[in-house]
Design a protein around this ligand. Structure first.
Ligand code: NAX
Ligand code: K
Length: 501
């Protein structure tokens, strides 16, 4: 699903109205109905008092239509029109007349003393500003937003939390509990800097014109289940371990052999036919005991890697987990990347070695996948002030070295020289020791099976996150551990391949 800018969204709205020959009021109705459906599913108790804040633009217009729909179905609603300007849009003004005609209780707020007491309401709906926000919020709108945030009440935002900019940093906006956004994903809803404003995000379709969306060029998109489903290879009846790919995981040092165990197990669970682990001598018996399905090649040294050599021909390599930064290990890493031509994933200490030796980055074959967490990324690309700058610098880095960067986070970003992908699967349960090692293993396993680096990065990240989503009801997110990801990878495959009627 394409992520678009506010300007593009405006064009798609206008084109929908034009191409489908519908009045703009009709589109507003569709949007409000989509919000209403999701809202009533989440909050079925009609006795809970609901206060709807509506601005004077079309986002406010949506709020007023939502008020009418909720009122009609018996909800206890009141409306607060935040009159930050005298200029109402036509569709908003029309709906003000309609709420009057339908006897819905409303008040207009132009100054602070007119803001109602919020303690008597159970739920607040925020329709003050949407995608039309063009400058910092000030005056009465800012005061109302501050009151909403101070109230501690659940706030459901229409389309976007009011005050959130879609294309630049935001310093002040509604702290939404949930945002029900209309059809087109907006990048700002998925950035860590905006976490105070955007908690849960739900996308609802409103019947925007498909061709109008297709016409808008975008180098950003969400990774979705249907994308992953489409790229998964079928399992052939005559498949055998030799045809399913051979993944090699290189890493580990004394006390950190567990990382390689996790990555190797994850690689095999992702579906490849064979997995070999390359570890220092201290890791051999650990691996063979903990994970008998793996083959092991040991370094001549006992405690850390000093020289990476083997006669096998792996289809993909994952390197770096638990490897340490000793000079001999760095040297071995350097010699290895100089000669390795198999598709490769680099994680953890592999990334730290690269950030200490930046000139080695140009030795990496094109499309090598790097999987940094934010700290590792900053060691590679330098500090950033805000998320948009971080993304810009990561794209420049990916372009310069022709790499794929998987930037791990609540919403993992997959950055290629041409495109930014946002992954939505996963929960805070994944913030646990070894979770990154497992991701490295999954991506390595997928690469070994012949998926392209971009496909492996996208599906690896998606599957990894989905295991946490699928187990949330049975394994409490607080007690979810990295092995649970591996154990539930099969469920994630089932979910992706499930037919949706
Ligand atoms: N355009 C359409 O056809 C549709 C729009 N929809 C809704 O309309 C919203 C966009 O509506 P609008 O474009 O009317 O804009 P908004 O309702 O987001 O904002 C209203 C207007 O306020 C002004 N403004 C911007 N920043 C301000 C600030 N800081 N202080 C005071 N005034 C400011 C601008 O002139 C802006 O157009 C979407 O988010 C969505 O909720 C939906 O009804 C679906 C259809
Ligand atoms: K809003």
């Amino acid at each position: 699903m394409k992520i678009l800018t506010s300007e593009q969204i405006r064009r798609v709205d206008a084109e929908t109205i034009k191409r489908e020959g519908i009045p703009s009021l009709e589109l507003m109705k569709r949007a409000a109905k989509a919000f209403y459906d999701r809202f009533t599913e989440r909050f079925p108790d009609k006795n809970s008092p609901v206060l709807i804040f509506a601005g004077v633009g079309n986002n406010g217009g949506d709020g007023l239509v939502v008020a009418r729909l909720l009122n009609k179905s018996g909800y206890n609603v009141k409306v607060c029109i935040v009159e930050y300007s005298d200029h109402y849009t036509e569709d908003c003004a029309h709906n003000v007349r309609r709420i009057k005609a339908e006897n819905i209780s409303y008040m207009k707020v132009r100054e602070e003393k007119e803001i109602p007491e919020l303690s008597g309401y159970d739920l607040l709906i925020d329709g003050i500003f949407g995608t039309g926000l063009s400058r910092e919020v000030s005056g009465i709108a800012a005061t109302v937003i501050q009151r909403i945030n101070e109230s501690g009440k659940p706030v459901i935002s229409i389309d976007v939390p009011s005050g959130l900019f879609l294309d630049r940093p935001t310093s002040f906006a509604v702290h939404a509990t949930e945002t029900i956004t209309f059809e087109i994903p907006k990048l700002a809803l998925y950035l860590p800097d905006n976490q105070a404003y955007t908690d849960k995000v739900t996308i609802v379709p409103i019947g925007l014109n498909k061709e109008a969306i297709a016409q808008e060029a975008s180098n950003m998109s969400l990774v979705e289940r249907c994308n992953i489903r489409a790229l998964l290879k079928p399992l052939h009846k005559f498949a055998h371990k030799g045809t399913q790919g051979h993944g090699l995981l290189i890493g580990g040092s004394l006390g950190k052999i567990g990382s390689v165990c996790l990555a190797s197990r994850a690689a095999l669970r992702s579906g490849c036919g064979l997995v070999t682990a390359f570890v220092p001598g201290c890791g051999t018996s650990v691996l063979q005991t903990a994970f008998p399905e793996a083959m092991v090649i040991e370094d001549r040294n006992g405690t850390h890697i000093t020289s990476i050599g083997y006669t096998i021909r792996p289809d993909a390599v994952g390197i770096g987990v638990g490897m340490g930064l000793l000079p001999e290990t760095q040297e071995a890493f350097y010699r290895f990347i100089q000669q390795n031509r198999a598709p490769m994933v680099i994680d953890a200490d592999g990334l730290n070695i690269l950030s200490k030796n930046r000139e080695w980055l140009s030795l990496l074959p094109p499309d090598t996948i790097l999987t940094p967490h934010p700290k590792e990324l900053s060691r590679l690309i330098g500090e950033w002030r805000e998320d948009y700058e971080k993304i810009e610098k990561t794209i420049a880095f990916a372009k310069k070295y022709r790499l794929i960067v998987v930037l791990k986070g609540a919403y993992t970003l997959i950055v290629t020289p041409e495109h930014l992908y946002v992954n939505r699967t996963g929960t805070p349960a994944l913030a646990t020791a070894g979770s990154g090692d497992v991701l490295t293993g999954i991506i390595t396993g997928l690469l070994a099976q012949g998926y392209s680096p971009l496909e492996a990065a996208q599906s690896g990240v998606f599957l990894h996150g989905l295991t946490a989503d699928l187990t949330a009801a049975e394994i409490h997110p607080r007690s979810f551990i990295a092995s649970d990801i591996i154990d539930n990878l099969g469920r994630a495959y089932f979910e992706i391949e499930k037919r949706i009627r």
